[in-house]
Design a protein around this ligand. Structure first.
Ligand code: LLP
Length: 422
């Protein structure tokens, strides 16, 4: 995003033009920024550990155009469901370029996962006997809960430790791999995903040490070679303007150092180091452009926008902060204003109070930053307010990559029994 005078542009395209061409609310992604984000991660980690491979956790933003950008940059896909495996296939990825990290899998998930030939990353030991009923994958990974996790988004996305639903308890990890080995599985990996949005560089080597102690002992005791260790995602981005970002180079250097040290300590053949970031790749490359439709002077000044918790769920769900700019008004005097969406829910008051341009009025365009990850992917249709359009900007080029939903989409797949029609 940049300013041309007081007007805002994403890439080289003015947001005014995007709103005029595609309407509002619209998600906008900046291709160059996605590419530079992933390149930064790759070079930071591969510099210290050359056998480094990345997957993109597509849940963060599942538009095929975005997944293709990351594929072109060398990333595989981390899939949370069979449909995300199909999405990977849709962009030409399969086999060992796809990790299936779903949790509490159904029998159908297991059967379809096996048929797809991707890497299974099991979230619990209890799934293994069910998996073996249907087939035997050549390679298997388990998701380990190393006993500790954290997140800048709070408990909501702290995905390891005693309160998390994910991963295998450290005491059961050995049994899980033993059972798999005894069943004749030959190739192994290990995985963790301990939390999302972490900007503390020291955290990454710390949790890597926890995981490597568990896996190192398992490797030694069972005589297993781990082909890869996947440290999950979690690379954080700052959401507030004054918030310090992650020191990526430090995180990479210390993590690689810990990884190498622990592999050697346990006599492991150096495994491939994998990571599956999402937010770091796409978070700051995505924006939402919305419009102010109505101003209410009540107990406080409220601006009603077409961005609501249906468009961007994070503020209502997690109390998350997203920075907002007003096109053409950023240099004006400020006043405390609240922002609401159009839903019949008070949690849709998605910015309770913010210092925004005092003259904010009907027709103004607002631009929400850091909306590329867990934005559109978590949007939903409620109150007949349908999902936004998505567009991709590449320099001065702009293309629609998902149409805005319509009424037909809203009722698609519904059926009214004949007896209700008279
Ligand atoms: N791998 C697995 C298995 C995951 O579950 C996730 C995210 C990732 C990778 C990517 O994590 P990241 O690099 O983005 O931290 N909706 C929440 C975030 C939920 C994260 C879920 N798992 C939010 O809006 O903050």
């Amino acid at each position: 995003m940049k300013f041309i005078g007081d007007k805002i542009a994403i890439g080289d395209v003015p947001v005014e033009q995007i709103a005029a061409q595609f309407g509002t609310p619209t998600y906008v992604y900046d291709e160059a920024k996605i590419r530079s984000n992933i390149r930064r991660v790759y070079s930071a980690f591969s510099k210290h550990y050359p056998d480094f491979k990345m997957f993109y956790a597509v849940k963060a933003c599942n538009n095929p155009a975005i997944v293709n950008i990351l594929r072109q940059e060398g990333a595989g896909v981390d899939a949370a469901s069979v449909n995300e495996i199909l999405l990977a296939k849709h962009v030409g990825l399969g086999g060992e370029d796809v990790m299936f990290s779903g949790n509490f899998l159904s029998d159908d998930d297991i059967k379809q996962g096996l048929a797809s030939g991707v890497i299974f990353n099991l979230d619990d030991i209890s799934i293994l006997p069910r998996l073996l009923k249907f087939g035997k994958p050549e390679m298997l990974s388990f998701r380990v809960n190393p006993g500790y996790g954290k997140s800048n988004v709070g408990e909501y996305v702290t995905n390891a430790g005693p309160n998390a639903k994910f991963g295998i308890h450290p005491d059961k990890v050995m049994d899980a791999y033993r059972m798999a080995k005894e069943a004749g599985i030959k190739r192994f990996g290990a995985h963790m995903m301990t939390g999302s949005c972490i900007t503390d560089a020291e955290y990454f080597p710390f949790v890597t040490g926890l995981l490597m102690d568990i896996i190192g002992k398992t490797a030694q005791t069972l005589g297993i070679d781990f082909e890869f260790i996947d440290l999950g995602g979690g690379l954080g981005i700052p959401y507030r303007p004054d918030e310090p970002g992650l020191d990526l180079d430090k995180a990479a250097e210390l993590t690689a150092e810990m990884f190498r040290k622990k592999s050697a300590e346990y006599g492991m053949k150096p495994p491939q180091l994998k990571m599956e970031p999402a937010r770091y790749f796409v978070g700051n490359a995505g924006y939402i452009i919305g419009k102010v439709h109505s101003i209410k002077e009540s107990y406080k000044k409220i601006a009603g926008t077409d961005i609501g918790m249906n468009t961007l769920a994070r503020p209502a769900m997690y109390g998350s902060y997203h920075h907002i700019f007003v096109d053409g008004k950023e240099n004006e005097p400020r006043k405390t204003i609240g922002l609401c969406g159009q839903l019949c829910e008070n949690t849709d008051f998605w910015v309770k109070e913010r210092e925004l341009p005092a003259s904010l009025t009907e027709g103004d365009l607002v631009v929400v930053e850091n909306a590329g990850a867990y934005g559109f992917g978590m949007s939903y249709q409620y109150n007949g307010r349908l999902r936004p359009a998505e567009v991709l900007v590449n320099g001065s080029d702009i293309q629609l990559i998902r149409e805005r939903e319509t009424f037909d989409d809203m009722i698609r797949h519904t059926t009214v029994p004949e007896r209700l029609k008279n």
